[in-house]
Write a protein that binds this ligand. Structure first.
Ligand SMILES: NC(=O)c1ccc[n+]([C@@H]2O[C@H](COP(=O)([O-])OP(=O)(O)OC[C@H]3O[C@@H](n4cnc5c(N)ncnc54)[C@H](OP(=O)(O)O)[C@@H]3O)[C@@H](O)[C@H]2O)c1
Length: 291
């Protein structure tokens, strides 16, 4: 099946095109310069020309704090553009794979959020991503997958794992990291492979949770990165979120349940620690290359 990938220069965009290459799956990938997803006319034109069989929407407004003061821009990419992509994908008769977030949940729980748990976003970003989910439910639920992910990291772009790894190997300083937000560090490469598996399996359409298994606080995630980098884990100090006030509210408990995979006969993603261990060489290499 031939894929069309939007947001191809982001973390997930890079990871998915690499995984498609590895499997010799045909695709056309668009960065924001070639396909601004908020430009409905251009998107429709491209869809008509390419006639994709699978559309992966990896384009998103991802500046969580910036969304608080740029509501319209965040909603344009994460809500309105998703509505149009859903309509264009329906018109093409293709499968839509759309990526959403744990931030659609309130974070007020101590039990994993299930795929059908009620959503209750606490930030503009979360609301804008929820608008994207609603749009798909309204315009193209028949052949769409919504895959919620969280705490993504990879060797591409900027992310927490790369920042911590850089601090681990390039300084001797103490690093303060919050220990009162719990989630699932998620390897973008493994998520990309899981998305391909999902499409290939012909599993029922609907909502899936694309996060690595287990759970950790940002503090525990940082400790593991320091350990795998060969740095002194004692340099990582736990602090509360109150010490790092930020414009957007973060969920305290963002662990996502994985029942949909099992009911579709697909194994859930691996434990976050083993996924991190596998990706550390590529992360370390990317940091060394950046100098
Ligand atoms: N990163 C995380 O921790 C995380 C957590 C939960 C959910 N997610 C979800 O996972 C998905 C992938 O995230 P990511 O980490 O790969 O994000 P990312 O690295 O920030 O990539 C997002 C991409 O979207 C592109 N984009 C933004 N506006 C666009 C527009 N109007 N038209 C076309 N492309 C546009 C950006 O292009 P430019 O680079 O040119 O601006 C960027 O390449 C997103 O749906 C995100 O909401 C991510």
């Amino acid at each position: 099946m031939s894929w069309l990938v939007t947001g191809a220069r982001g973390q997930l965009g890079n990871a998915i095109t690499r995984e498609l290459d590895l499997r010799a799956i045909e695709y056309v990938a668009f960065g924001s310069d070639d396909l601004d997803v908020t430009n409905a006319e251009k998107a429709n034109e491209i869809f008509e020309k390419i006639k994709p069989e699978v559309v992966l929407n990896a384009a998103s407004w991802t500046d969580v704090d910036g969304a608080e003061s740029n509501r319209d821009a965040a909603f344009a990419v994460n809500g309105d553009a998703v509505a149009n992509l859903a309509l264009a994908t329906a018109q093409a008769g293709a499968i839509l794979v759309h990526v959403s977030t744990d931030y659609v949940f309130s974070g007020q729980s101590d039990q994993p959020w299930e795929e059908d748990s009620p959503i209750d976003p606490q930030s503009v970003y979360g609301h804008s991503k929820a608008a994207g989910e609603f749009a798909i439910g309204k315009f193209y639920p028949e052949r769409s997958y919504i895959v919620r992910t969280a705490w993504l990291y990879s060797e591409f772009g900027k992310n927490f794992a790369k920042t911590m790894c850089n601090l681990a190997i390039s300084s001797e300083k103490e690093v303060k990291v919050v220990n009162d937000q719990i989630g699932q560090p998620t390897n973008a490469k493994e998520l990309a492979a899981q998305l391909i598996k999902l499409v290939d399996s012909g599993a029922r359409f609907g909502i899936y949770h694309g996060t690595n298994s287990g759970q950790a606080s940002w503090f525990e995630f940082a400790q593991e990165i320091f350990k795998l980098s060969g740095a002194d884990v004692g340099r990582v100090t736990p602090v509360s979120s109150g010490e790092f006030p930020r414009p957007a509210k973060r969920p305290n408990y963002s662990v996502l349940g994985h029942d949909s995979w099992a009911s579709s006969g697909i194994s859930p993603m691996s434990d976050w620690k083993s996924a991190l261990q596998k990706s550390m060489p590529a992360i370390l290499d990317s940091i060394k290359m950046q100098g």
